[in-house]
Design a protein around this ligand. Structure first.
Ligand code: BGC
Length: 568
């Protein structure tokens, strides 16, 4: 990759501006803590490991980190099954480690966002334990969705809803008297019972959770399944059990929850500009925009780029529809190409690209295709893709390891797979473990430097998911030495973005090159050219001076499957 931008070295001690709505164009780095860095050598990433690697994140040049859930949890869905919302899981650290992390992050100009999981908790949450013990009809059960089954002796689930992870969305309990009894609702795994958001104590509880962490300095939350909290009032059957279930998701009543939280967030103004970013899977962008109305969320992931194939026309139309639909709300678009739930970008773009528009009920499925991967091609496209993403107006969330160009680990042995999707689909879907393999930091170290404690003499435990040998070639220390590495590209692009693409300057498409396999976009005096096909393109001088390209360029010839940034 050519790094022609003279660039500034990102400073490690930038001041955090106090009042600007920083999140509008922020770049946020997603830390899947379990797989980031392990300080105590037990094979599981932790907060101390993250603290030890904060300079790495600061040097990338991002504005904030989002931590996947790190609360006490039985880890049935790796933290998305929470037993206590007001503490840190001992495997990751404790509240004082968390405080130290926040301070050290702040010193480096990094804000810290957490993950809020309001749709469901863990079966180990004290409310659920109490509900099981208290029996049918009790006030304890009213905080969840406990109902009797259908059919003879209630042995069939109360309705036809399906769990997102496979199988029915209901599990039957054994009552305190030892007999089979009621069923409880879980949109995900059976270890993740759904809260009943019609119960006033549930809403009060989450107000307390938000305040608890905001008062400890957290600057925002990513909200898990932010379209899920409200259910159809009578839990009626859904007419297409295997299609997008509008009785479970995206109910009109869910917006009241977001309005309530927005008021809570705004109560911290003007001293603090906190953000809430929703994880919302809806069939249409216009629906997404409804969550961004001025009294609701400040941000919501725009997943439509993530579900597009590597194709100029489809990307352009998705970008334009994001801008058109979301601009009217006053919010900016929150762009993402990757996260802990989908296959890594290099792998997606190195596979045969789907040509059919995905069914709205299976959007996330298209991001987890299997099949042969051309890693070199996928890597070239992923490099071009990040230059496209970072050129867009709005904020960008980056998933850890993408900056290393890690491909998905598709061939994990079945016996090590931990994702509940694998179990609930009875081994028909591999799930998400392959993008969660612990990061390689140092090619020649045991565990590729993921576990740090061997330096103190101890032998680190095996990482919680095995790392393939080829991770060595992607390790941070290898890439740091190579000016043409993906890591070098990310660092240069993030430094350059501050200067070239900052602010809300409007995007216009430039069609003067008149080629269906190219996208050329302009914002202010900056321009991005992305070649989606294999053919090179000669960049005319009138497009401006080339400041950065995703691959080495000879003169003004941009190779295929590559991108360049220019300025006039
Ligand atoms: C998270 C997943 C999680 C699920 C249930 C999501 O959409 O991103 O990782 O398994 O919610 O909490």
């Amino acid at each position: 990759m050519t790094l022609t931008f003279p660039g500034e070295t990102p400073t490690l001690r930038r001041a955090v501006p106090a009042t600007t709505p920083w999140w509008r164009d922020a770049v946020v780095y997603q830390v899947y803590l379990r797989s980031f860095a392990d300080a105590d050598g037990d094979g599981i990433g932790d907060l101390a490991g993250l603290r030890a690697r904060l300079d790495y994140i600061a040097a990338l040049g991002v504005d904030a980190i989002w931590l996947n859930p790190c609360y006490p949890s039985p880890q049935a869905d790796h933290g998305y099954d929470i037993a206590d919302y007001l503490d840190i899981d001992p495997a990751y650290g404790d509240l004082s480690t968390f405080e130290a992390l926040q301070k050290e992050a702040r010193d480096r100009g990094l804000r810290v966002l957490m993950d809020l999981v309001p749709n469901h908790c863990s079966i180990a949450h004290p409310w659920f334990v109490a509900a099981l013990a208290a029996g049918p009809g009790s006030p304890e059960r009213a905080k969840f969705h406990f109902v009797g089954g259908r059919g003879w002796r209630g042995n069939r689930p109360p309705n036809n809803w399906r769990s997102v992870f496979g199988g029915p969305a209901w599990t039957r309990v054994t009552e305190p008297d030892g007999k089979p009894g009621q069923w409880y609702l879980h949109l995900f795994d059976s270890t993740q019972p759904d809260f009943n958001w019609q119960h006033p104590e549930v809403a009060d509880y989450f107000d307390e959770v938000l305040r608890f962490w905001f008062d400890r300095g957290v600057e925002g939350f990513r909200i898990d399944v932010a379209h899920g909290m409200a259910k159809h009032p009578t839990l009626a059957n859904w007419r297409h059990p295997r299609k997008y279930n509008a009785h479970m998701f995206n109910r009109p009543e869910v917006h009241a929850v977001h309005r309530r939280w927005r008021a809570l967030v705004d109560s911290y103004r003007p001293a603090r500009e906190l953000t809430l970013v929703g994880e919302i899977w809806v069939p249409a962008v216009a629906e997404l925009a409804r969550y961004l109305r001025p009294d609701e969320l400040r941000q919501a992931f725009f997943f439509d780029l993530l579900t597009q194939p590597w194709n100029a026309a489809k990307m352009r139309s998705a970008i334009q529809s994001g801008l058109d639909n979301i601009a009217s709300t006053g919010a900016t678009v929150t762009w993402v190409l990757s996260n802990h739930d989908v296959h890594r970008t290099v792998t997606r773009y190195g596979q045969e690209q789907p040509t059919k528009t995905p069914d709205p009920s299976a959007l996330i499925e298209v991001t987890r295709n299997r099949g042969p991967v051309d890693v070199q091609l996928g890597t070239a496209r992923a490099g071009a893709g990040i230059l496209l993403l970072l050129a867009l107006p709005g904020s960008v969330y980056l998933y850890q390891g993408e900056e290393l160009g890690l491909p998905e680990v598709l061939d994990l042995p079945d016996e090590v797979r931990q994702d509940p999707i694998w179990r609930r689909s009875t081994g028909t879907k591999h799930g998400r473990d392959g993008c969660r393999v612990p990061l390689p930091w140092a090619a020649a170290e045991p565990t590729f430097g993921f576990s740090l404690n061997h330096a103190a003499g101890g032998a680190p435990a095996e990482p919680w998911l095995p790392q393939p040998d080829w991770f060595a070639g992607c390790a941070v220390d290898v890439q740091q030495e190579r000016p043409d590495s993906m890591l070098a590209l990310y660092r240069q692009a993030l430094a350059c973005r501050r200067e070239l693409w900052a602010g809300d300057a409007e995007l216009t498409w430039d069609d003067r090159l008149d080629r269906a396999d190219l996208l050329v976009l302009t914002r202010g005096s900056a321009r991005a050219v992305v070649a989606f096909g294999p053919d090179p393109v000669e960049l005319p001088a009138e497009l401006g001076e080339i400041v950065l390209a995703s691959v080495p360029m000879t003169g003004r010839t941009l190779p295929g499957n590559a991108a360049a940034w220019l300025r006039s």
